[in-house]
Design a protein around this ligand. Structure first.
Ligand SMILES: [Zn+2]
Length: 107
């Protein structure tokens, strides 16, 4: 039997008679524009690399990971799942969903 859980969106306690849903969101960097200028080609690349490594050393490990990949996992009750489903359906029909204005992430 499934244990009771709490909905991460509305905070409601979900009993074992209800279905608890899981939503996963992965955010990946798709890459940006690459521009190579004349100055870039004339730069001292080893020196640039050293600078970059030095800058990265000062960054938090989490900070570095977040730049390229973020992953979230939420439990949702049936009502909140329906709400998400509706928002995602809007995206399919070409209208912009406002998934990220949802309570998740704002609380
Ligand atoms: Zn809920």
């Amino acid at each position: 039997m499934k244990k009771k859980g709490r909905c991460d969106n509305c905070g409601r306690l979900v009993s074992d008679k209800e279905i608890l849903f899981e939503i996963r969101i992965d955010i990946y960097a798709k890459g940006g524009p690459i521009e190579i200028t004349k100055e870039d080609l004339q730069k001292d690349h080893i020196e640039e690399m050293k600078k970059l490594i030095k800058a990265m050393e000062n960054m938090d490990e989490q900070e570095l990971t977040d730049e390229v990949w973020e992953s979230y996992r939420f439990d949702l009750c049936q009502d909140c799942r329906k709400e998400f489903h509706a928002k995602l359906k809007l995206k399919e029909s070409g209208r912009t969903p406002r998934v990220f204005r949802h309570r998740i992430g704002n609380s």
